[in-house]
Design a protein around this ligand. Structure first.
Ligand SMILES: [Zn+2]
Length: 487
């Protein structure tokens, strides 16, 4: 299932120790009454709180009069009205007559709302609402009509103490007052955080988390977004996070295009950011990598029924200037990989884990002849590891012998205590030869036909399962299956 996100870009338009911003959701512009019950507002607040728990920057308070901020005569915030989609301007001026940005007789510069109370310390405002959209959601921020001094003032409403002008056009700097978020009022939404969206419904948490990301500056055209102008992301924190989650040394990440600054769709994965209490129900969880939250399409799948912030998305927040909690390094993968076949050159099961399907090999014993195969175990994890091996014991009709490098390890295999010894990531253990000897005397049957004595063998089956398990992580295991049929 695919759900399109949309992006809106609203252009033209004193550091404290570790503390969180508070995202205050404002529903005063929810003119279509989308958030008409507490469950919906709770889901919206959960999204806001997730960012509040992750972002540790301090935001300077800005008074309505602008005293001491350099704005001197009142100021505005501007954004897209979530209920109508129209440009919307809110001013700190008490009324039109006292609005220093209003030209009498010119309706073009009229504010839409008067008497804005200013910005409290660490509060970041999010105007939320809905209207019919062609995508599931939109999110962004804006500047509003203002004097140049407002854009240039590091302590003013657009910067709030962030000295992050890059490179010089401050009217294009990411506004830090807050933003607006809009949802498709015609979509079927799933608001419940304790369950996953049924087929046909859109998971509100996933879409809202993405759209608030835009309002905070991710995947936008504000100066602070670290693209190179040619559709390539070059922000160092996100690239480092990507290389940590996907061991390698990429120097950049592709965006959709120069004009669409989302990360390339479905191209990059990262582990869920584990700090700040993620909401994990329905997500890929801690062991798998998720599509980046800030790619353009929510590719919901059996594994990804809900999206969370990944390490790369949070690092991208740092790239646009926000301070965040430190990331938690992802758990390294531990995984043995069994392969089975008649000989080392003909094995199956490479890259298949914990399933007989795809790693079961059947041998045919004619006339009760002994027959054998091999099992090899490779370390597919990220770390050096040591695997315990186990093997099925024989029966009265089939005797099983396990050997390694010529040595008989049958007793240790049957008791599950044989160890491969330390294996570097990617290395393979000595193969284990599995020799199966049918009990010929018990399988043999003599038929007399017209005085002739014909020796036949009963058709019987035997299955030997060879298991492997990490010594340090019992859930990291694999099996391979060797079957024998007599004829
Ligand atoms: Zn988007």
């Amino acid at each position: 299932m695919k759900t399109h996100f949309a992006l809106i870009l609203l252009l033209g338009l004193t550091a404290a120790p570790l503390q969180a911003i508070t995202i205050v959701v404002d529903y005063s512009l929810d003119s279509n009454n989308f958030f008409n019950n507490q469950d919906k507002r709770d889901a919206m607040q959960a999204v806001a709180d997730r960012y509040s728990r992750v972002i540790t920057s301090s935001l300077a308070a800005v008074s309505p009069s602008g005293t001491g901020t350099g704005t001197s005569a009142g100021w505005r915030i501007g954004f897209k009205h979530p209920g109508t989609g129209a440009s919307y301007q809110i001013t700190t001026a008490a009324n039109q007559g006292s609005d220093p940005l209003d030209t009498p007789g010119d309706p073009d510069d009229d504010a839409d709302e008067y008497g804005f109370a200013g910005l409290a310390t660490d509060v970041w405002i999010l105007y939320a609402g809905a209207r019919p959209l062609s995508s599931k959601g939109q999110g962004g921020t804006g500047t509003g009509l203002n004097f140049t001094s407002t854009f240039n003032d590091i302590n003013g409403p657009m910067h709030r103490g962030f000295n992050d002008n890059t490179p010089s056009s401050t009217a294009s700097d990411l506004p830090r007052w807050g933003g607006a978020i809009t949802f498709d009022s015609n979509a079927t939404w799933h608001f419940d955080l304790s369950s996953v969206a049924p087929f046909g419904a859109s998971d509100f948490y996933s879409i809202a988390l993405h759209e608030v990301g835009h309002a905070l500056g991710l995947s936008t055209s504000w100066n602070q977004w670290n693209d190179n102008g040619g559709g390539v992301y070059v922000g160092s924190a996100a690239i480092a996070a990507y290389n940590l989650d996907n061991p390698g040394t990429v120097a950049s990440l592709n965006l959709v295009s120069p004009s669409n600054p989302h990360f390339a769709d479905g191209t990059y994965d990262s582990f869920i950011f584990a700090s700040g209490t993620p909401i994990t129900i329905g997500t890929v969880g801690s062991g798998l990598r998720q599509d980046l939250l800030m790619d353009p399409i929510a590719n919901f799948s059996a594994q990804q029924k809900r999206f969370e912030l990944t390490n790369v998305d949070v690092a991208a927040l740092r790239d646009v200037g926000w301070e965040t909690l430190a990331g938690v390094a992802p758990d390294p993968v531990q995984q043995p990989d069994n392969k089975v076949g008649p000989n080392l050159l003909t094995t199956i099961g490479d890259g298949i884990y914990n399933s007989a399907a795809g790693q079961t090999f059947t041998l045919i014993s004619k006339r009760g002849a002994p027959i054998g195969g091999i099992v090899s175990v490779e370390n597919d994890g990220d770390l050096s590891d040591n695997f315990l091996l186990s093997g099925s014991r024989g029966t009265s009709l089939f005797r099983v012998t396990y050997k390694e490098s010529g040595g008989n390890i049958t007793a240790a295999m049957i008791s599950g205590t044989h160890q491969t010894g330390a294996l570097a990531a990617g290395a393979s253990a000595n193969p284990v030869s599995v020799q199966i000897r049918p009990a010929r005397s018990k399988l043999k049957k003599v038929i007399r036909r017209g005085g002739r004595r014909i020796v036949r063998f009963k058709k019987k089956r035997f299955t030997a399962i060879v298991g492997s398990e990490s010594v340090t992580k019992a859930t990291a295991r694999d099996i391979s299956v060797l079957k024998v049929r007599t004829k």
